[in-house]
Design a protein around this ligand. Structure first.
Ligand SMILES: Cc1ncc(COP(=O)(O)O)c(C=O)c1O
Length: 535
């Protein structure tokens, strides 16, 4: 063990990476503000987007000042040589006569650890206004121009501290972070030292995911939560005062509606519920109430209705209200809600972002100010995303652009095919000219996703027969993943209501929601053709 530790000290290299070499100067880093919301909240770091701040105690950390000079291209010019042993390089177990290179490396180990981001490490950390630690992300834009690149590299290739030789982001499974001495803790509290404190307030793996999502959404900040529902609930509770009013839409994820209708009233919060395209209804709701927030999906679940984000954001802002778009159906690729004027965009990451039907989570992106407000309540309520889940989302995001490209294409092809089929009564898909907001969708989206809702020409039983005849999709809730999924909303999401109640929400017995995965288009089409032949 000791020998391999020594070997590691000798050979640990700071690899140059020419394509990513043009880091901003320290001066630039200092002048570009980026906030680290408040003590105890998750940290953002100066040129180090997501450093792993602590190591297991048996890691020996050594900084080579020489290597440090040679490695400015990695932002935090640092070498962290890790030894899995408590036995130091000069210890008997390591060999009685270490060669000179070892000795110099050992000498260098007396340098302060850059991972501690201590006050003496000016190259990586500085206290901004109010002591906030700041970092720069604008430097990404020169070479990460497209979502395809951002999904893969944002928040990871620049400025992530090198901890191991791993290509992937380490999963930091810890519930708390230690301070070597009380003075460090006080420095942290007074914002002279950047660190994490407690797992509910932040985690290095999660920070990578937050920054990746911020890049994709063009947001200053992103907060992760344990589920999409958790995200909606914390957002609504954080931004609407007791006794306040919100506007929402008739078509939406049912549990969101249930929360708005049954839980928010306990805090005296009331809601106006409007048709997604009824701008007049929005205007009168804004005139007649002191509206804090218009909270709406776009596209909506399950009818894929679209809200004119630019127009409604202007109306909301004129009336002092915020706009939050639940962009779960759109993905962060097909629609840029913030650029269109929304104040916040949220996602059930469980769907396209994760993309593999194996993890649940939610996220909210927006300005530092609004996300800080939401974060404060989130840190109290505690619906935190597990770092293992964060890792799965980071991995899922790397293929988001490929999956969504395929799902956009399959969704569009299937919507057209289904609309032309005599056994299909109606198709709901924003890419179809027959969709009520087709022109709007063409303006504000670049693709329409893999979910197609449609009505079979038949009753409950006929529709069940169609669904049960399908061979490829799973009969299941959820959508947006690699595997195709089919469900009959009247049964899966609304079975507890009588048909008359379901009809209030246009959830008819013959409605099918089909989430196309990334299987071959022709296979999926052949499956639908044979299932339609059965009915
Ligand atoms: C549009 C939309 N928003 C939010 C949610 C809730 O997300 P989660 O299931 O991750 O809690 C869902 C769930 O299906 C959804 O469809």
């Amino acid at each position: 063990m000791a020998v391999s530790s020594l070997h590691r000290v000798f050979t640990f290299e700071c690899r140059s990476d020419p394509d990513f070499a043009s880091l901003p100067s320290t001066e630039n880093l200092r002048s570009t503000p980026r906030h680290f919301p408040a003590a105890g909240l998750s940290a953002a770091f100066y040129g180090v987007s997501s450093p792993i701040l602590r190591f297991p105690p048996n890691f020996q950390r050594q900084l080579s000042t020489k290597a440090r000079r040679n490695c400015s291209n990695i932002g935090v010019a640092q070498i962290v040589a890790a030894s899995w042993s408590n036995e130091g390089a000069g210890s008997p177990a390591a060999g009685a006569n270490p060669v000179p290179a070892v000795a110099s490396a050992v000498d260098a180990a007396t340098a302060p650890l850059p991972v501690d981001l201590g006050a003496d490490d000016e190259s990586v950390v500085d206290a901004g206004k109010n002591g906030a630690v700041q970092t720069n992300r604008s430097s990404y834009s020169s070479f990460l121009k497209t979502d395809a690149s951002k999904t893969i590299h944002a928040a990871e290739r620049l400025g992530r501290a090198i901890v191991t030789d791993a290509i992937t982001t380490p999963v930091v499974n810890t519930s708390a972070y230690f301070f070597k001495k009380t003075a460090d803790l006080i420095d942290y509290k007074e914002k002279r030292l950047a660190s994490y404190e407690y797992g509910r307030y932040g985690n290095p793996t999660s920070t990578v995911l937050e920054e990746k999502l911020s890049e994709l959404e063009g947001a200053e900040s992103t907060v992760l939560l344990a589920s999409g529902m958790c995200a909606s609930i914390v957002l609504l509770m954080a931004l609407i005062p007791a006794g306040g009013h919100l506007v929402t839409t008739t078509d939406c994820y049912r549990k969101t509606r249930v929360f708005i209708e049954t839980v928010l009233p306990k805090m005296g919060i009331t809601a106006s519920v409007i048709d997604p395209a009824d701008v007049g209804a929005l205007e009168s709701a804004l005139e007649q109430n002191k509206v804090s927030l218009f909270f709406t999906e776009s596209p909506t679940n399950p009818f894929l209705r679209c809200v004119d984000i630019k127009l409604v954001s202007e109306l909301c802002h004129k009336n002092g209200a915020l706009l939050c778009i639940d962009g779960t159906f759109a993905t962060p690729l097909n629609q840029k809600a913030l650029a269109l004027g929304a104040d916040l965009v949220m996602h059930s990451c469980t769907k396209y972002i994760g993309g593999h039907h194996d993890v649940i989570g939610g996220c909210i992106s927006g300005s530092d100010k609004l996300i800080s407000e939401i974060r404060i309540l989130h840190h109290i309520l505690g619906g935190v995303l597990n770092p293992n889940a964060a890792y799965l989302f980071i991995r899922g995001l790397k293929t988001l652009h490929l999956r969504v490209q395929q799902q956009n294409s399959t969704g569009m092809g299937m919507a057209k095919f289904l609309e032309a089929h005599p056994k299909v009564k109606r198709v709901y898909y924003p890419g179809l000219p027959s969709h009520p907001e087709h022109e709007l969708a063409m303006r504000q989206m670049t693709g329409f996703g893999g979910v197609v809702s449609f009505e079979i020409d038949g009753d409950l039983e006929t529709t069940i027969k169609f669904v049960d005849s399908l061979k490829i999709p799973y009969i299941a809730p959820s959508f947006g993943g690699c595997e195709s999924i089919v469900d009959q909303p009247a049964i899966l999401s609304y079975w507890d209501l009588p048909a008359s109640e379901r009809a209030k929400w246009k959830i008819y017995d013959n409605l099918v929601r089909f989430s196309f995965g990334i299987e071959d288009f022709e296979d999926l089409k052949a499956d639908i053709v044979q299932a339609l032949e059965v009915i």
